[in-house]
Design a protein around this ligand. Structure first.
Ligand code: BES
Ligand code: ZN
Ligand code: ZN
Length: 492
């Protein structure tokens, strides 16, 4: 966590001053020399905000110290302090020998509460943007992991500390999610994944791990079938956070697809880009990251996370196209394509979650279909729901944190496309198109008691080759901030 203090540090490489449009630097605390203040104010006058919500200028205070002036727009509609923080990190990262910076924030013309919110969100963005996954590098380690230590100088220390702590919990959740997704598939197999989740117990989360023996007993044959061709054992993990004042309130439930590697199975995928299928556990990583955040910030809510952890491999014992499996719900599934495995994993996890915990709602997350990337690219996750109220809340939260979702329809005519001639349901439709929708229809068949349910297809969002506002390429952790906001805004 960054330190928050009242005075400038003697050994920092830089000082950053934050001001609004049309405002002058006001040295409320007598931190700087008159001469420096004069210089700062002359720079402020020339600084015009153009395309973004902020503009940055810098000059040398001395041979060893720089001064940055960050001019920020007075708020308007598309104003995300996280993104300003992310861009500020990118700006600093390019500057050689800049490792330590003081951020003086009180000069912004926001009321106290807005100032504290602005800066805690700004710091979240700064921190998120600084994430790197470098543990497997043996050379150039420093270069790939440039960290900038910052100190916040303010009058509002106590308030800021509290808010900062809240956002730090979110950051930790996003980082855990990114770490899990970034791990190579030879390391993060389902067993190792359960061990990583088990470590969260020390935060007060209850972790229950079901191995194959237990899953067989429970009748989770849809999930087990996916892992049948792998040397690695299949698991289902339940994570519980009991933070609500009443232990008996209905919990919120989050279910994630945790396919640690998806070769496609016997319906084998092409070689090109198959390596990307290590991130096919991205949905589960969001659930795990979210649960960590809830525990760290001691959320006043009861929540359940359920993840199906499995590896989809071709093998002499692998599931065949044409196999029929009996799911946990009792419904039989004709597996026409072993590459449509995510929905098989989720089918059992969804029914189990609904039946066992009778939650207020279930939200599942999955890198479920390539088709969602065709439809929405890397901009929006697909949202599907049987409940308008839940869908609207998710949509609003997605706007609050700028993790964008777009709702797509469910309809009985799509549902018909997955009727099997010899079982209750088939796992793909060869005719009729709408691959992401029919995948969602498949999931809906395993919500048995009409529990409000939403499905987020994050295939285009979990991982990105290109850098974005709040990440520098690679695993994004998309969904942790969105779901945390949903809980905070509507269920605490
Ligand atoms: N994990 C994939 C979906 C995916 C594709 C995620 C690309 C991220 C990037 C999923 O298991 C899958 O293979 N789906 C198939 C379904 C098809 C066989 C009906 C697909 O999308 O091609
Ligand atoms: Zn697949
Ligand atoms: Zn998959």
């Amino acid at each position: 966590m960054a330190s928050i203090t009242g005075s400038l540090s003697p050994d920092s490489d830089a000082l950053a001053i934050f001001v609004n449009e049309k405002h002058q630097y006001r040295d409320k605390k007598g931190l700087l020399s008159k001469e420096l203040i004069k210089k700062i104010n002359s720079f402020i006058k020339t600084l015009k905000i153009k395309k973004k919500n902020e503009e940055i200028v810098s000059f040398d205070i001395s041979d060893t110290q720089k001064c940055f002036i960050v001019k920020i727009k007075n708020k308007h509609e598309s104003f995300y302090p996280e993104e300003i923080g992310g861009r500020f990190f990118s700006h600093l990262k390019k500057i050689k020998d800049l490792n330590k910076i003081d951020l003086y924030i009180d000069s912004l013309d926001f009321d106290n509460q807005s100032l504290v919110s602005f800066f805690s969100e700004f710091c979240l963005g700064f921190n998120l943007k600084s994430y790197t996954f470098y543990k497997y590098k043996t050379t150039n380690k420093e270069k790939s992991n440039k960290k900038i230590i910052f100190k916040i100088i303010t009058h509002h220390k106590a308030n800021l500390q509290k808010k900062y702590k809240y956002y730090d919990a979110i950051k930790e959740g996003v980082f855990l999610s990114r770490d899990l997704v970034s791990e190579p598939p030879n390391i993060l197999n389902p067993k190792k994944y359960t061990e990583e989740i088990k470590k969260l117990s020390k935060l007060g989360l209850k972790v229950e791990i079901f191995n194959e023996k237990k899953l067989k007993k429970l009748g989770m044959n849809a999930l087990l079938g996916v892992g049948q061709g792998s040397e690695n054992e299949t698991f289902l993990v339940v994570i519980k956070w009991n933070g609500a004042s009443s232990k008996f309130g209905k919990p919120l439930a989050f279910v994630g697809k945790g396919v640690c590697f998806d070769t496609g199975g016997i319906s084998l995928k092409p070689a090109r880009f198959m390596e990307e299928m290590k991130y096919d556990m991205g949905g589960s990583a969001v659930v795990v990251g979210l649960m960590k955040s809830l525990a760290l910030r001691k959320a006043n809510v009861n929540a359940i996370g359920v993840v199906g952890l499995v590896e989809n491999m071709p093998d002499g014992n692998a599931q065949r196209p044409g196999d029929i499996v009996k799911s946990y719900s009792g419904k039989t599934i004709e597996v026409l394509n072993t590459d449509a495995e995510g929905r098989l994993v989720l089918a059992d996890a969804l029914t189990y979650t609904e039946e066992k915990f009778k939650p207020k709602f279930i939200i599942d997350l999955a890198t479920l279909t390539g088709a969602i990337i065709m439809a929405l690219g890397e901009e929006y996750a697909g949202l599907f729901s049987n409940n308008d109220d839940l869908a609207n809340k998710i949509f609003k939260s997605s706007k609050n944190v700028n993790e964008k979702v777009w709702r797509l329809p469910l309809h009985r005519n799509y549902d018909k496309l997955i009727n099997s001639s010899i079982a209750d349901v088939q796992n793909i439709n060869y005719a009729g198109g709408a691959g992401s929708i029919t995948a969602a229809q498949f999931l809906q068949r395993f919500i048995i008691n009409k529990t409000p349910w939403a499905h987020l297809d994050i295939a285009g969002m979990a991982f990105s080759k290109k850098a974005a506002n709040l990440n520098s390429g690679g695993a994004t952790g998309f969904g942790v901030r969105l779901l945390n906001n949903l809980i905070k805004e509507y269920y605490e």
